[in-house]
Design a protein around this ligand. Structure first.
Ligand SMILES: [Zn+2]
Length: 128
């Protein structure tokens, strides 16, 4: 649970360290956790999981918004009206959600495959 919460709040899943993104836009994530030393790209293609998380969450959000619009405005609304509501969300949300999808995917992956001692730096392990 703690690991998932860290993932949702842009923190390192292992140690909870924040500040993992180097610019204000948060799109540039550091390669290794400055505290525990975990290399976030834990294996080749690791970040594809973050893309999958982002796709699933974004699609669910668009689907929810369109469904709500149909409930609120009825099924007689035009397709272009629905598109007008859904398209900006579908375009903007995935960009804003990108950082969260990365740390969240990292947390999910840590739950499935916990960090091994050789993935973390010595200093962090001694202080644990
Ligand atoms: Zn860490």
């Amino acid at each position: 649970m703690k690991t998932l919460w860290r993932g949702l709040t842009l923190a390192c899943g292992v140690c909870g360290r924040r500040g993992l993104f180097t610019t204000w836009g948060m799109f540039a994530m550091v390669e290794d956790c400055p505290n525990c030393g975990l290399h976030f790209e834990r294996m080749e293609g690791h970040s594809l999981g973050a893309v999958a998380v982002n796709t699933v969450v974004s699609s669910a959000l668009v689907l929810t918004v369109v469904s709500l619009a149909l409930v609120v405005f009825g099924t007689d609304v035009s397709t272009s009206f629905l598109l007008l509501i859904a398209a900006p969300i579908g375009l903007i949300f995935p960009i804003l959600f990108d950082p969260v999808s990365r740390t969240l995917w990292n947390a999910l992956e840590l739950l499935m495959r916990p960090a091994q001692p050789d993935e973390l730096n010595q200093q962090f392990q001694n202080n644990k």
